[in-house]
Design a protein around this ligand. Sequence first.
Ligand code: DGT
Ligand code: ZN
Length: 682
Amino acid sequence: MHTVSDSVFQRPPCNYHAKEALQPVPRVKNIRVPFSPMVNVASWSLPRPRRNGPPYHSKSNVVMVLEQVGVLLELKGANPFRVRSYQNASRTLGGLEEDLWVVTSEGRLTDVKGIGKGIAGLITEALTKGTWGDIGSLYTSVPSGLIAMLAIPGLGPKRIKQFHDELGIESIEQLKVAGEDGQLRELERMGQKSEQKVLDGIELLKRFSGRRRLDVGLLYGEALEARISSMDGVSRAQLAGSTRRRKETIGDLDIVAAVLPEDVESVTEQIVSLPGVADVKGAGSSKVSIILGTEFFSEEVMDSGLDGGVLEALGGDAYEEMASNTTIDAQVRLVPPHVFAFTLAYFTGSKEHNVRMRQRALDRGMRLNEFGLFPLDAVGELKGIEAAEFSLPVEKESEIYSHLDLQWVPPELREDSGEIEAADAGALPQLMDASMLKGAFHNHTTASDGTATLSQMAEAAQNLGWEFLGIADHSQILQIASGLSPDQLVTQSEEIRALNENWSDKGIDFRLFHGNECDILPDGGLDYTDSERGILDHVVGSVHQLPTWMKRDEDENTDALINAIENPSFTMLGHPTGRILGGRDGFAVDLHAVLRRMGELNAEGELKVVEINASPYRLDLDWRYCRYAKEQGVPISINPDAHSPQGLKDVWFGSQIARKGWLEQTDILNCRSGSDLEQLLW
Ligand code: DGT
Ligand code: ZN
């Protein structure tokens, strides 16, 4: 099943959720829309051609335009066949392995399945001339408010068209009023429940509006840091703010650059003229505020020397996503080199951490701010940058901490949740990092809804230097994700045994663990019978029937989860709350109680583990619960929930969350060696 949401717009966490989870976020240009910066959309617009074509457009541009045309046509109520032909063409091109320019210039486009003459003509024009026929008029003819509505989770073009046709609704505000008035429920195929869903979606959008997932923020942030670092007049530049602290979502990018006063003007000029700067909100002597648009990642820009490793490390799919939507605000602070460390520390935050740091300075007769650390008797009444020359000299951020008798606090921990006390006592944790991982337990293959076979996934894991890979395809009840029948489970077990024997015979230190992502049923039962589950090395128990769990109260959900955990075959709790960042909240549950129960069972000699689902769409277990899990004696597994070889790399995001949750190497189950884990699971 392929929908608008699972290709260029948003990469869904897994195929099962593609249908429900995420609607395309409109391409954005103009930021000053009162309702919500996430839908700050004047209109979608056609991408600008490259200067040095042909080809004048990249494949990802073409894929994006075709997808958007499909959506626009649907909003206009065009013939469904026509809509589908654009959707199909976009999808096929997305998966095209050959170079699009080669296929086009050799006149072979219509040989590609799903591409007819008309669309082939459009693509040819776009690549050879840079223009898009009369598609431009389609873009301008759809009211921007309708496109904005696509950002409401759970709302698709068909419904939006219905609201527009039948109630004349042209904006999110109007839609909200109509919903609160009870007008939506009166429409065909609607009803009170659907109306409430629309209102909930608007609420969610508002709450997340302007916030981006960590992966998107890092992609823009690291790229911006790299570009500013290499500018003439900049001696160093570094990402600060919530991105540096690895919050799961971020409001804006904060970057600090060391620039001599005489270079501020030229550096400012270079920053505002970076390709992909969609708007400049302001530029003063110490700060430049810009809005980065998607063209920040155009191929032209990427070709011009950005470190491809940044993209690779962050996951290739994300590129497709940003290539098609999303803007992000960035504040760049320009400060003289001797002030850099102070400004970096200040704008890294959090505010709460800064408050504690400032107080600690005061307790020692000093003033701390973004310009320096000043002995009060030396600086007198001088304020701001003028005072900087009276500061204690500091090269590195860590010196600020040592001046205050503290261990240097890793940015992830700076949330005033005990880090100052720990740093004071010299008791900060030795944080784990992604390089310590030796495998991961929750991964899908083509047996259910993954894109790669067992062997391909194993090979990808070996290429990461891992010693093991845990397979956990969906269980039989999840038919929408091709859950495995008991027979298929047995077959998979035999395949895995054969592969394992082969590696073992060759003396290769690698093995597959045969698990399954077993659905947790509403009463806490697990999918399959006990004996069917008996052949498995590990059981990842996950909730997928969200509607039931969302409706129930915390107590019922908590009881059901505890029920599931108590099942002797249960090993790991998968994405504990089911949240999708920016898409939906998780269900109500007392995770403290759940973790406590797991800890009790572990004390009795069982193995109950909680997952940090590392998909940047989920990051669930939330970092705020990690320390509690550890205290209760519950090991954590950082699981990518990979549906493809590339998806394995999501463990990096999970490890950022584990770090933010104070976790050390020994707290993480998948930091153990493959042979240790054999002892535990076989
Ligand atoms: P965000 O952008 O909402 O994801 O979160 P942050 O943490 O990046 O917050 P932002 O961008 O408003 O400010 C960046 C940092 O600057 C923040 O983490 C701490 C510092 N900061 C901002 N305003 C204040 C303030 O009023 N007092 C103190 N002590 N620090 C502040
Ligand atoms: Zn920020």
